[in-house]
Design a protein around this ligand. Structure first.
Ligand code: AMP
Length: 177
């Protein structure tokens, strides 16, 4: 991806201060999604990181991760698997809880979504503290899947989320802040 394209994507992300709570700077991607050329560029960038990696499915994280994971899966002819917040998936699930700054969160995956030994790739919009991605990685591991790598549209480097992710798994962050 050209550095001028990366700059374009970066400039389309809108910072919203104190959302959803005081002190948080929310990275709003809706300006990037609503522009046809920018949306395509974003999906191009995500797709490039996964192409040729020998994976059969892309795992997308609830909810903004779904947008890019599903689009990239379609481009690459791969399956799409949602990791969702607790209580949203209808069938038998594997679930894991993780700590947030205040309290905890729980994410789930369908128990048959990944076949043992299957190589998969994880996609989300933002890597912040890394708790969500680490939990999703744990779910893939419990199902016996092989996590080949992860792609984030944005990494908030100052939160050092990559330290919480499993070691030796490639992480691609298209934009870093
Ligand atoms: P974390 O578990 O702290 O890495 O948070 C990652 C998840 O929370 C992702 O699914 C993001 O969609 C969301 N998230 C965390 N921080 C932000 C932020 N500053 N702006 C937008 N989304 C965020």
């Amino acid at each position: 991806m050209k550095s001028s394209d990366i700059a374009l994507l970066r400039s389309a992300v809108r910072d919203v201060t104190d959302f959803p709570s005081m002190g948080i700077v929310f990275k709003d991607i809706t300006p990037l999604l609503s522009d046809a050329a920018l949306f395509r560029l974003t999906v191009d960038a995500v797709t490039e990181t996964i192409e040729g990696q020998g994976v059969t499915k892309i795992i997308g994280i609830d909810a903004r991760g779904f947008i890019f994971a599903a689009a990239a899966a379609d481009r690459l002819g791969l399956g799409f698997v949602p990791v969702r917040k607790k209580g949203k998936l209808p069938w038998r699930t594997e679930s894991t809880e993780y700590d947030l700054e205040y309290g905890s969160n729980c994410v789930e995956i369908h128990a048959d979504a990944v076949i043992p030994g299957e190589r998969v790739w994880l996609v989300d919009d933002v890597l912040a503290t890394g708790g969500t991605a680490a939990a999703a990685a744990e779910l893939v591991k419990r199902l016996g899947g092989e996590l080949a790598g992860m792609t984030f549209l944005m990494e908030l480097e100052f939160l050092r989320g990559s330290r919480r992710l499993p070691e030796n798994i490639p992480v691609a962050s298209i934009l870093t802040f």
